[in-house]
Design a protein around this ligand. Structure first.
Ligand code: ADP
Ligand code: MG
Length: 327
């Protein structure tokens, strides 16, 4: 397989027809039309083998996750996905690998009617960089800096599953009693959340123009909520007993491990947002109807920083607040 065969395969698998793509893959640059009245939301994320996914990860899952983490950033802005640019560095041109990778990426691209409009293909250690583009009406984007004292804090879906899934893959831990006696499907459910995260695009659109601030939880709840607080000049009190847990997480891990995954695990790709209390009931109903509900986990306060307590009011100490490169 040569460079141009790889490009042709990606082009064929990821074909999504869009009227705003005046020129897609094949020339020196794509030509794209942004609808009037809309701003272009642009974001990029790189996945490196051994850092963002295990070396053993399946090509399909890598393609899926590379696009999912990018779509999650658009979701957190309240943007509608439109286009992507794919920069692919491959150690070798294995047609089976490229085919599976393209299928994983295309599955999500089709779901969100996103067109891959260009990219670059090089040889080297496995790495994938995607740049996504979406639309958001002027003035309506969800930002990090709008949280107000007194707002309630919510998170979509459940937290901690992906980090727990990573633990399940850890050979040193795979023999622990709890994991060995796990009900059928529970480990797989957690590992699936790690390998095939669900970007909360529809939920971001529900939140647009309504949430006071929003972020996607990629580095761990405490770290990401901390970013919102810093940008907004406020603090947050979080009730650890309100953090949503999947039944798989609750079944497989004790309270301490579960809390650590939920607070600092990373790779959740849920949306954390703040909202005036009075708006909560109708918004939560709309979110549930969109296919993914949200849980109230705390409150925005004046004092800077993020504090975690249990429902009896005892402070909960956190060893490591979140993921950070170069830390
Ligand atoms: P150039 O040499 O002009 O930079 P390339 O030969 O790298 O062009 O790419 C040819 C066309 O294929 C371009 O339209 C480019 O955007 C597209 N392309 C290259 N690699 C990829 C890829 N991995 N995914 C999608 N499109 C790609
Ligand atoms: Mg090029």
């Amino acid at each position: 397989m040569r460079e141009f065969d790889i490009i042709a395969m990606i082009r064929e698998r990821c074909a999504v027809a869009r009227e705003d793509v005046r020129l897609g893959i094949g020339d020196d640059a794509a030509l794209l039309a942004v609808p009037s009245g809309q701003l272009l939301a642009v974001s990029t994320d790189t996945l490196v083998a051994g850092v963002h996914f295990p070396h053993s990860a399946k090509a399909y899952d890598i393609g899926w996750k590379a696009l999912a983490v990018n779509l999650s950033d658009l979701a957190a802005m309240g943007a509608t996905p439109a286009w992507a640019i794919l920069a692919l560095t491959l150690p070798d041109a294995d047609p089976h690998w490229v085919s599976e990778f393209a299928d994983g990426l295309a599955a999500l691209a089709r779901e969100f009617k996103l067109a891959v409009v260009g990219g670059d293909t090089t040889q080297g250690p496995l790495g994938i960089t995607i740049t996504v583009h979406g639309f958001v009406p002027e003035g309506a984007a969800l930002l990090r800096d709008g949280a107000h004292v007194g707002d309630a804090i919510f998170v979509t879906g459940t937290l901690g599953d992906a980090a727990a899934g990573l633990r399940c893959l850890d050979k040193n831990d795979a023999g622990s009693d709890r994991l060995l006696s796990a009900p059928i499907g529970t480990r797989e459910a957690l590992i699936a959340r790690l390998n095939r995260p669900t970007p909360r695009v529809a939920q971001g659109l529900v939140l647009r123009g309504r949430a006071s601030a929003c972020i996607d939880v990629s580095d761990g709840l405490l770290a990401d909520l901390g970013h919102v607080c810093k940008a907004s000049g406020v603090g947050a009190d979080v009730d650890v007993d309100c953090l949503p847990a999947s039944s798989a997480l609750a079944t497989l891990f004790d309270e301490d491990a579960r809390r650590a995954f939920q607070l600092a695990g990373g790779d959740d790709y849920e949306l954390c947002f703040s909202l005036a209390e009075a708006e909560a009931p109708s918004l939560l109903g709309d979110l549930a109807r969109s296919g993914c509900g949200a849980s109230r986990i705390g409150r925005i306060v004046t004092e800077p920083g993020v504090r975690v307590r249990d429902s009896s009011g005892n402070a909960v100490a956190i060893a490591r607040p979140g993921w950070e490169h170069f830390a």
